[in-house]
Design a protein around this ligand. Structure first.
Ligand code: SF4
Ligand code: SF4
Length: 254
């Protein structure tokens, strides 16, 4: 039988009397704590097998729940404590899909810094394992297409088209895709930075590094945004990639 964590025990199932004396014995507080049992119907016994079948999920069974990954994770520490890589692995191994679904709004927030993987004493490829869990959740219809996956696809499309990415074009293209109005020049139809509906947070984020950039580098970036350079012989390689994507069932806009 699975041993469940405290976070999985709903408060209404916890009985505890602050003052209780039975036959002269003081059993106040935690000494009388009782957890009412519940019937668990949300185990998905195939879930772990599915994760193990993913190339990214092969190391999930190596985890011994020490929590080094969570302690190292910037998303957990500085954004939202509900983002907890160790806990996601725990839930996936038990096949507790309802509990995973309850965390669907945070589970995709990994920023791929790999601190967790670097520090894991058991060699679990944590970031990859989380991707495998997301993949299986998505396959089983337990989660909508998650925002980071949408960005991954957008990124892949840019690489597929040109064989390389241009930061500015990628950034403004993504902003446009999010529904913001991006102002474009009338001839080449390229985005003109910071005109249109660029969100304020982005302006603040971008202006500081731009100010400290070398002028030659800025000119080069602007040139690349206008005339997106292509990797040499990219069209030939694109055909090979197209075949691989077809075989893998990856669909792109191009
Ligand atoms: S650091 Fe590794 S072993 Fe420890 S909980 Fe995270 S994945 Fe599991
Ligand atoms: S790779 Fe993802 S899960 Fe791992 S520490 Fe970084 S943000 Fe957290």
């Amino acid at each position: 039988m699975a041993i469940h964590e405290r976070s999985l025990v709903e408060p209404e199932r916890v009985l505890r009397k602050e003052r209780l004396v039975i036959d002269g014995v003081d059993v106040s507080g935690d000494w009388n704590l009782v957890i009412l049992p519940r019937v668990i119907e949300d185990y998905d016994l195939d879930f772990l097998d599915e994760v193990l079948k993913q190339p990214e999920g092969k190391t999930i069974l190596q985890c011994y729940q020490c929590s080094y990954c969570t302690a190292s994770c910037p998303v957990h520490n500085y954004w939202d404590e509900r983002y907890n890589p160790r806990h996601f692995i725990y839930l996936a191994r038990l096949g507790l899909i309802d509990e995973l679904q309850k965390r669907a709004d945070v589970i995709w927030r990994c920023v791929s810094c790999h601190k967790c993987t670097h520090r894991c004493p058991k060699g679990v490829l944590v970031e990859e394992t989380l991707k495998a869990i997301l993949k299986v959740m998505s396959k089983k219809g337990l989660i909508e297409e998650y925002p980071s996956k949408k960005f991954d696809t957008f990124f892949l499309e840019a690489v597929f088209e040109h064989g390389r990415i241009e930061d500015g074009e990628l950034l403004f293209g993504w902003i446009e895709k999010q529904g913001y109005q991006v102002f474009k020049d009338p001839i080449l139809k390229k985005p003109i930075p910071f005109l249109g509906g660029t969100p304020e947070w982005l302006k603040q984020l971008a202006v500081k590094p731009i100010k400290s950039m070398n002028i030659d580098f800025l000119i080069l970036n602007a040139k690349h945004m206008l005339f997106h350079p292509k990797t040499k012989n990219w069209n030939k390689f694109k055909q090979v990639l197209r075949k691989v994507f077809d075989e893998e069932g990856v669909s792109l806009a191009h």
